[in-house]
Ligand binder design. Structure first.
Ligand SMILES: NC(=O)c1ccc[n+]([C@@H]2O[C@H](COP(=O)([O-])OP(=O)(O)OC[C@H]3O[C@@H](n4cnc5c(N)ncnc54)[C@H](O)[C@@H]3O)[C@@H](O)[C@H]2O)c1
Length: 311
């Protein structure tokens, strides 16, 4: 029996890059796939049916089952239709991979309202929209005695969990989708659902076209050689997290790429200064905090170090 036999997945933004690889691998492992993709440019403008249609053709040619869906995840009502597309075509929904993404990099002092709204709209609101309708469906099914072992996988980024200059819109949204997975996991455990997040590292148009400075650290492999940065390296983790075997994995964040999976944990206290009985004087507090920061100062990892294999 294949790992995902009998499962049905919605993968957003599955017409290209990482989502396409997830769709192909999960279909190979028996999962029926709704290949959702708006088919726009990397900045979110435009649309085209061919990316989603092409992936559906590839899956079918390999003997799998898939349907295309061209709705935008940014639209709350359209997100409901994406979920309904799975149920209408394949009878149920088991897995949601929130993967759709765009980039509009600017330093914060140059960022206009539209660039902020567009990026936050796809990554943060889009992930919420799809998760919200999927979770309502899983809860309703569970109440009716149909336990579907729902799986939600949000796509975060090193930009969100570590920070990256020029991406206050994207990084803020990506930190939020990681937090969203942790919170939804707590809300949905009682319905047999797990929610986790991934932070991929891969050569796709979001790195090659939108951020060539990042892609410079992601060389293309020669034919027959190990290709460290192919987006295909992301898919095995997502396929496994989607399976019943991963039922104990709750609210985790994994960096994934280059054949490596890192378990990421953050925002934990590493020191404190405390005073009881009287209020801190601000300067006194600042002096104590500077001492504490000095003690706890450790080198922070960044995406360049990860790509160079130094983390
Ligand atoms: N490539 C990396 O190294 C990297 C690093 C960190 C995070 N990510 C994240 O991985 C995910 C996949 O990105 P990718 O690198 O494969 O890029 P990609 O551009 O190849 O794929 C993203 C897909 O999302 C689709 N999409 C965009 N807006 C949409 C919308 N509103 N509704 C439906 N589909 C929409 C696009 O048409 C595109 O096909 C994104 O969320 C991205 O932020 C990628």
């Amino acid at each position: 029996m294949a790992l995902l036999d009998g499962k049905v997945a919605v993968i957003t933004g599955a017409g290209r890059g990482i989502g396409r690889e997830e769709a192909l691998l999960m279909a190979k492992h028996g999962c029926k796939i709704v290949v959702n993709d708006l088919g726009g440019h990397f900045d979110g403008t435009g649309q085209s049916r061919s990316p989603a249609e092409d992936v559906v053709k590839e899956i079918r040619a390999a003997g799998g089952e898939a349907v295309a869906n061209f709705e935008s995840v940014t639209d709350f009502k359209a997100a409901k239709r994406i979920i309904e597309c799975a149920v209408d075509n394949f009878g149920k929904l088991s897995i949601v991979v929130n993967n759709a993404g765009i980039l509009r990099d600017r330093m914060v002092f140059n960022m206009n309202e539209e660039d902020w709204d567009a990026v936050v709209g796809v990554h943060l609101k889009g992930s919420f929209n799809v998760a919200r309708h999927a979770c309502a469906y899983w809860r309703e099914q569970h109440k009716g005695g149909n336990v579907l072992n729902g799986r939600l996988i949000n796509t975060s980024s090193d930009s969100g969990i570590l920070g990256n200059a020029g991406q206050s819109n994207y990084g803020a949204a990506k930190a939020a989708v990681a937090a969203m997975a942790v919170i939804i996991d707590r809300e949905m455990q009682r319905y047999g659902v797990t929610a986790n997040a991934i932070a991929p590292v891969a050569r796709t148009r979001l790195t090659v076209d939108a951020t060539p400075q990042t892609a410079a650290g992601m060389p293309t492999a020669k034919a027959g050689e190990w290709d460290a940065f192919t987006p295909a390296h992301v898919a095995p983790l997502v396929a496994w997290l989607s399976s019943d075997d991963a039922k104990e994995v709750h609210g985790e964040v994994f960096r994934v790429g280059m054949g490596t999976v890192w378990l990421m944990r953050g925002w934990h206290s590493v020191g404190k200064v405390a005073k009881k009985g009287s209020m801190w004087d601000p300067a006194e507090l600042g002096g104590k905090l500077k001492e504490e920061l000095g003690k706890g100062a450790t080198a922070k990892e960044n995406m360049g170090q990860v790509m160079a294999g130094n983390v």
